[in-house]
Design a protein around this ligand. Structure first.
Ligand SMILES: Cc1cc2nc3c(=O)[nH]c(=O)nc-3n(C[C@H](O)[C@H](O)[C@H](O)COP(=O)(O)OP(=O)(O)OC[C@H]3O[C@@H](n4cnc5c(N)ncnc54)[C@H](O)[C@@H]3O)c2cc1C
Length: 410
């Protein structure tokens, strides 16, 4: 892990070409792609004392293949391109990863149309080798998994995205990028001389700013875009892990058919690259943007969510699903029942609490949870306003897009 301690350079007389806000995987990938030309003076500003401390360091570690996403969407395009770039990066840098494939399993007749749609999307998105499975076929791949029909996706893999982000950080530092850790951006001003970025220690100047602030993306965006039509709503995803004696119940990755009304994939089983098997994540409305524990509460964050007209529409429409998620959060028995639909033999005693992550999910004023990536360009300020899964998989492709937008302004 990289440490703090650098002094912020005073740059009023000597501005940066580019400042990136946020040292998550998207911000670091953006800085990496811009730094490749060696022509630009770049800083990455991160409020935490290390990189990858939020979504990037608290995710499932799945290299997504591009199965789920609407053909033509930014997710579909960037996931496919990012997938190829990520594998190339891992091979070149010796980052441990494994392409183990996954099964997506329907356990009820009512899920079959959605599974069919996933097959169609995957095919349109260019996935080769998708393979239909009956009950026996599912058990050949995952002997303890029950399902009436399944889809095998050979391209899916596993990796540790914190390792990837740390590697991006090492590379950008080596390329001369200033990685300013432990510095919170508090304000962004546009003036005749460029953009001013205000932190508690200094006011930095740059010609172009790219904000990749994850759970705080909308706050950064409102600095230059007052009537921003979206608000970040935090959804915590909680995991259990299989105790060592139960790990043989899962060989690789087992996913349910996701509910098409929601941008989340449903609780699943994930073998991790570092060993062990995670079960989850659920998707519980969080009472703080960085609420890694059930008891975490932040008044400002909660007020901002609840007072947003779009969130109130979501809550009215989906209160039943939301209550189900809270129930699964507080009742281990309910969480286990969801897992048993995929692996009926699992019992509560085989699970122990794992970690949690918080998803930055953008919600529109009209009550839509944004499904696709969202980038808002405001002159020389570019805001990444929605970068949920598979943005870790897609990081190098999103970084290439953002780098292109930044460089054309320099
Ligand atoms: C539970 C969970 C499971 C997931 N599983 C997967 C998966 O298996 N595969 C996959 O591809 N994707 C997955 N994702 C999605 C993926 O993790 C995210 O899309 C990705 O990490 C987003 O990266 P980011 O850089 O945009 O955000 P982040 O990693 O959240 O980084 C944003 C950074 O900005 C910093 N910041 C914010 N405000 C300021 C400020 N004012 N000043 C300075 N710094 C600031 C934050 O401290 C943070 O470090 C998952 C996400 C979650 C939460």
């Amino acid at each position: 892990m990289l440490d703090v301690g650098e002094k912020l350079p005073m740059t009023r007389a000597n501005p940066y070409d580019l400042i990136v806000v946020g040292a998550g995987i998207v911000g670091l990938a953006t800085a990496l792609q811009v730094s490749r030309s060696g022509k630009h003076k770049i800083a990455v500003i991160e409020k935490e004392t290390g990189v990858a401390r939020h979504q990037t360091g608290h995710n499932s570690g799945v290299i997504h293949s591009g199965l789920y996403y609407r053909p033509g969407s930014l997710k579909a395009k960037n996931c496919r391109e990012g997938y190829a770039q990520l594998l190339q990066f891992c091979r070149a840098e010796g980052v441990p990863h494994e392409i183990c494939g996954k099964v997506v399993v329907a356990t009820r007749e009512t899920e079959l149309p959605a599974l069919q749609e996933l097959h169609a999307r995957g095919t349109s998105n260019g996935l080769d080798g998708l393979c239909w499975l009956d009950g026996n076929g599912i058990r050949e791949i995952e002997p303890h998994c029950a399902g009436i029909k399944g889809l095998f996706v050979p391209q899916t893999g596993i990796v540790d995205f914190e390792v990837i982000a740390t590697r991006y950080a090492e590379k950008i530092r080596a390329a001369g990028v200033d990685l300013l850790l432990g510095e919170r951006v508090e304000a962004i001003h546009r003036g005749s001389g460029g953009i001013e970025v205000v932190t508690p220690k200094a006011t930095l100047q740059c010609r172009v700013l790219v904000s990749c602030a994850g759970l705080h993306a909308d706050r950064m965006a409102r600095q230059t875009h007052e009537d921003l039509p979206i608000r970040i709503t935090p959804f915590r995803g909680e995991y259990y892990v299989l105790k060592p004696a139960a790990r043989s119940l899962v060989r690789n990755l087992i996913y349910p058919v996701p509910d098409p009304a929601f941008p989340f994939l449903g609780v699943h089983f994930t073998r991790m690259i570092g060993g062990g098997v995670e079960c989850g994540p659920n998707a519980v409305f969080a009472f703080a943007r960085e609420a890694y524990r059930k008891t975490d509460f932040n008044l400002r964050d909660t007020w901002e969510s609840l007072s947003w007209p779009g969130f109130r529409i979501v809550a009215r429409k989906h209160w039943r699903t939301g209550l189900g998620e809270f129930h699964r959060s507080f009742s281990k028995a309910a969480f286990v029942r969801a897992l048993q639909r995929l692996v009926p033999e699992i019992v509560a005693e085989q699970l122990e609490p794992g970690g949690a992550g918080v998803r930055a999910q953008a919600c529109g004023r009209d009550g839509k949870l944004l499904d696709d990536f969202c980038i808002i360009e405001d002159g020389n300020v570019i805001h990444v306003c929605n970068a949920p899964s598979p943005a870790a998989t897609a990081s190098l492709a999103i970084g290439t897009t953002l780098a292109g937008k930044a460089i054309e302004r320099l």
